[in-house]
Design a binder for this molecule. Sequence first.
Ligand code: PEP
Ligand code: MG
Length: 909
Amino acid sequence: METTQEVKARVYKFGDKTADGNSKMKNLLGGKGANLAEMSLIGIPVPPGFTITTEVCTEYNLLGQEAVVNMITPEVEQAIENIEKIMGAKFGDMENPLLVSVRSGARVSMPGMMDTVLNLGLNDEVVEGLALKTGNERFAWDSYRRFIQMYGDVVLGMKPESKIDIDPFEEIMESLKHKRKIELDTQFTIQDLKDLVYDFKDAVKKRTGHDFPTNPYDQLWGAVVAVFNSWNGDRAIYYRTMNGYPADWGTAVNVQAMVYGNMGDNSGTGVCFTRDAGTGEDVFNGEYLINAQGEDVVAGTRTPQQITKLGSLRWAELAKVEEEDRVKNYPSLEELMPNIYKELNSYQEKLESHYKDMQDMEFTMQDGKLWILQTRNGKRTGAAMVKIAIDMLKEGMIDEKQALLRIEPNKLDELLHPVFDPKALKEANVIAQGLPASPGAATGQIVFFADEANKYKFTILTRIETSPEDLEGMNIAKGILTARGGMTSHAAVVARGMGKCCVSGAGALKINYKTRTLTVDGKVYHEGDWISLNGSTGNIIEGKVATSEPELSGEFAEIMELSDKYRTMAVRTNADSPKDAKVARRFGAQGIGLTRTEHMFFEVDRIKAMREMILADTTKGRKHALDLLLPMQREDFEGIFEAMEGLPVTVRLLDPPLHEFVPHQLETQRSLAEEMDISIEAIKAKVIELEEFNPMLGHRGCRLGISYPEITEMQARAIIEAALNLKAKGIDARPEIMVPLVSTLPEFLNQETIIRNTANKVFEERNDTIDYLVGTMIEIPRAALTAHLIAERADFFSYGTNDLTQMAFGLSRDDAGKFLPMYIEKGILKADPFEVLDQEGVGQLVQMGTEKGRKVKPNLKVGICGEHGGEPSSVEFCFNTGLDYVSCSPYRVPIARIAAAQAAIKKQG
Ligand code: PEP
Ligand code: MG
């Protein structure tokens, strides 16, 4: 039998309705490369090209430049030949030159993160050929100067490193403009462009010590290597870290024949979406520029026009542009080039129904011919995500399970957060209007530099335009405001991805970075002044504006209802007050998984009694103070039980070390001494007595209840009396009493006995009973290891994964923040384990405890109440481990509901 040895391909070609790859190969070809291949396969006109795989990037990181270039040279040369054949042009040819673009493309879209080089293949001879071939000398020289500039910045490292440095190429252009007394790039003459090329090359030589490379292949390899290097650049690392993408994914490199949108008035370029990425409305929309390259649209230096007539009319209304002016100066593509528009419209329909999702496409028209440069599933706001999923379900494009899987649970956050209070908005002073680039409401103090976004607690990052360097600051700021740029500008795209409120292209703003001022209509605003943004209307408002709870749309309710159809695991909430309990119930919480009773003790009127209890030296003294606390606790519980009527409420006994309740400042100690009529020395002595080197591992949790049984007695009594009081009113209260920080069975038994004895006493006193449970938290590794013993007596388990993580890692919850970011940056940890459950390690304890517990008690109720209970990947883990419920903060309840439904769907397959 014959055997054939498969040779691993590292370069995948596409173009002219064929392709070596397809859309399923995203991990290998990157999102962009896989989609280019797929588009070519389904007959969409993409400029031909090839993709160097992500694996080569990883090989590059391991083996270095020389080895990798040698390894792929034959395949790359062959692929270039293929492009030459399709385009009928030749790479480096003086008469009929082929130029290419080189772009990065990771498996997930990282907007603006990686660098791109256009017009590659030009040199002093080729530029003449290009001028002859196109009959457009100006275009040829403009392309050449753009190429040197981009190549210099991206490949040769001439991009300015700090905000005060100026791009050397921009500096040369500015000085020429100054000399020639012109303002716009388009005013340069051909001779100017030639001079610029000369000066640019000179600047390269001066800065790098080398001549600008003239050989097209040398240029190509330089660019390919630069793309690989950009995967490990600061911007990319930050974006990867923020999103939890591992370093070993690597990026692919896409090399593609250049097509030109800047060849005159019959050419242009644009970006479009098959549905509205802000609202989800099913309308084709986008922006274009005549006689421009793609970078011009994204950079936001010119204000683009709308693609559809409908979009153009809506834009004109917002921008207050008269119809006559609109038709004359800002016509839509639909009106200006109806045939091209028709063709584009047919491709957007074809692509959306092919990918069955909203597409974000880039296109270029070169001399009347339309090329699609890119398509991908479009980034969208949380509201658009929900609406599109429900709409596509109703249109029959996707089924229920697919609709649910389309929801990125964390993105629901955007829908649940406050919007401007309509009343406050009526009185607001709108100072200017920009484009509604990313919906939501933001109020904060003005900062002008991304690296100062945390100068105040709430900031509005205010920029002429943003660039990828600003990413970190954009993430920190409450809102983003730019003077330039359209709906597809960097600021707009990134803000929508982050779900951050953004107003862009507000041309009325004059921003001066030097004086740190923003001037509108003659009025000057300084750094630190408050402004507010309405990302849904584009309004820029003076001062602070009150916010109010959002109203949830019909589609939101529909998707949540749908999630309940597929979900089998319950979702509870962590709530310490009737108000939180009510919010959570509205969001669909099926009970409370954790009430931290200590939070109630911090309120002004209670802390006094609490301190009296701590300062008491005798049991009698403590009991006196506890008698004061009892009615307050009972009242709290009544409120919470009532809000959760008919649903279980887990109340945890006092957990934190007592020193947290005593005052540490002299001033407060003094007034406490006066109030309680004791000496300040006595207070100081008590504070010292309570001090611990390691309080998190100290006298806390059930250890308190064991030392001071009267505390447990008081709390148990308050819970049972509250439930009985409600029962008397016909309200169904279902308390579950939880003992914290148990590590041995005897600890649990000690507390359980006190609780049950107290309950029996109350039942006798009242001559009535209710059902209640007594369970424990599993938050110490030893408890998980001995779960089979504890389960003999505990009615339920609830994993306290905050403490469990702390103790499994030996990592202080309170101090780890100082070095965890460094761990994540270095790839030592993939994510913060206090945020995302460490399934590999801590997860084992959860699994083991559950298995051991259920071996003894098959129906043992098991849940989780650590912060992980609202984190989607952790919710999935809990479902797969067989937990009965997750419990999370009220605003995360919808997120957990969706995540639990998705987990169930994924398991069904
Ligand atoms: C936990 O440890 O996970 C927990 C829920 O308790 P706390 O955060 O109050 O320690
Ligand atoms: Mg805990």
